[in-house]
Design a protein around this ligand. Structure first.
Ligand code: OFO
Length: 165
């Protein structure tokens, strides 16, 4: 059984994962209208993965005697100055998600909820990978700078970047 504190904290994370999915969906749309299909597909996939992260939490809360809440979401940014800015925002968002997961882990230990603590370990590893991937993308974007040919190749190659679900 989940304590009220843990249930509230997990529900808050459900909202964060849902918002992540919306944020990346908006990025996918922006990339798509800019004609960069590879980046758009990559972001659509990221958006789907965030929805999976959300669903995993929803099921966990309901299975452990809580009630998963489906909150109204904050509207995401839909416009970006550049791809660099877009990926910078993605990176910052993943750092924010990692902090939020760390806080959850902390609360689960305070409440001596070892089942939740164990469940959250999957998110801890996921965040390490997602942050690393975002950092790799940013490094590549920085290398490209304003080179249009570089962006073309990056758009083609980003689809080969694997992300774990
Ligand atoms: Fe990319 O964040 Fe979910 O966990």
């Amino acid at each position: 059984m989940l304590s009220k504190n843990i249930e509230t904290a997990l529900n808050n994370q459900i909202k964060i994962e849902a918002e992540s999915s919306q944020i990346y969906l908006a990025m996918a749309c922006w990339a798509e209208i800019k004609g960069l299909e590879g980046i758009a597909n990559f972001m659509y996939k990221q958006s789907d993965e965030e929805r999976d992260h959300m669903l995993k939490l929803v099921k966990f809360v309901n299975e452990r005697g809580g009630h998963a809440q489906i909150y109204a979401l904050k509207a995401p940014n839909v416009m970006f100055k550049s791809f660099k800015e877009m990926f910078q925002k993605l990176f910052e968002h993943e750092v924010f998600v990692s902090e939020s997961i760390n806080e959850l882990v902390h609360v689960s230990l305070q409440e001596k909820d070892y089942a939740t603590h164990n469940f959250l370990q999957w998110y801890v590893s996921e965040q390490i990978e997602e942050e690393a991937m975002a950092r790799t993308i940013l490094d590549k974007i920085n290398l490209i700078g304003d080179d249009k040919g570089g962006l073309y190749l990056f758009d083609r190659d980003i689809q080969t970047l694997t992300v774990n679900t």
